[in-house]
Design a protein around this ligand. Sequence first.
Ligand code: R5P
Length: 291
Amino acid sequence: MTKFTVIGGNASSDLAKRVARKLKATYIKTERKVFPDGESKITIKQIPKKSIVIVVQSTYPPVDTNLLELLSIVSKVQKFSSKVYAVIPYIGYARQDREFLGGEIITIRIVGKLLKASGVKKILTVDIHSKLALKELKIPSENVSAMEVLVNHFKKMNIKEPLIVSPDLGGKERAKKFANILKTDYIVLKKHRDRKTGKVDILSGKVNVKNRNLILVDDMVSTGGSIVKATQFLKKQKCGQVFVACTHALLVNNASKKIKSAGVSQIISTNTIPGDSAKVDVSKVISDALK
Ligand code: R5P
């Protein structure tokens, strides 16, 4: 009997199959049908045998639909296994990890409560937005990093003397790690986001980027606002080519086009979220953490 059964939710079926292969686990697929009123009907296509059951499902947009599907699958399979783990490669709501403005709700805490209530015993996620978000889930949770596999991809690109740039102070450690593995240097920009409008501004003064090829490193790119502003700022200072490395490419509201128009040559992300930029596979990072 195999130790693991892997169930792929519809948001992460390809990644789930890769994880299953690496774990030599049985793979079970699921089906999502949508009724005319918008309700989802989720079916698991096989009943899992006694094993550790791993449900793989990222919660990128449509966030709530993908989250509900994950909760539904878990609540079904926990009848057949006392050990149901949720692998949530990209976990939505992680940016709502504190009360920034009065009256706001710490929604990642609610996500944790829902996962626990549905029967999740452990969560595994990749490059979660903050340590606080992980803590707020309040279930045994582990975060693994995709930085090394992302850097390996960039090594093969042979970019001449790249300088690593974090678009904000919060990403300093990430940029430092990326630069250390790539054996190069890094800088950190100062970013301000208006909490009411979401508008982003770069507050840094002059930086030494003239003729340097840059790799902007972030955990996620959503609307692209942060990357666009950072790229415009760096281009004004006569930098060379600009590349973007991120774990989670949400790329909502035509972000890809806006980023390219700002002067970015290429966006490279991982398959925590499927898409054109998802060139880096995190299945080994995930399966190694589960073994
Ligand atoms: C912010 O702290 C994050 O690390 C990202 O920089 C941010 O969430 C990206 O969002 P957007 O692409 O909408 O600027």
